[in-house]
Design a protein around this ligand. Structure first.
Ligand code: SF4
Length: 102
């Protein structure tokens, strides 16, 4: 079975790293090759671990590539947007208080 390339899915079987993860079946979504949820740290909802040096390791996570991954990333990216907006708000308030000109 093949899957049509669209705004929620594409698969680049010509990639020099394909398949970067082992998945059963034909479905393999390359859309989130670099997972946008990485920035959420421990809140991403994926199957991560941390190395002894404190680096987040996503090598065991299949979420962005498997069926349902697109919807999962979309559902969690709202949290990332919320956190960035909150950080921006806090930074703007601090700069305003300190009289900084942007
Ligand atoms: S690949 Fe998986 S573990 Fe890594 S950030 Fe994305 S969802 Fe989290």
């Amino acid at each position: 079975m093949s899957y049509p390339n669209d705004s929620t899915y594409f698969c680049n079987r010509e990639c020099e790293y394909f398949p970067c993860h082992e998945l059963e079946g034909e479905y393999f979504n390359c859309l989130f090759c670099y997972c946008p949820l990485y920035a959420l740290g421990r809140d991403c909802g994926g199957n991560y671990s941390y190395t002894a040096q404190g680096i987040k390791d996503c090598s065991a996570c299949r979420l962005p590539h498997k069926k349902g991954g697109y919807a999962f990333v979309q559902s969690r990216i709202v949290e990332l947007i919320r956190q960035v907006a909150k950080k921006d708000e806090t930074q703007s308030a601090r700069q305003e208080k300190e009289g900084e000109v942007l």
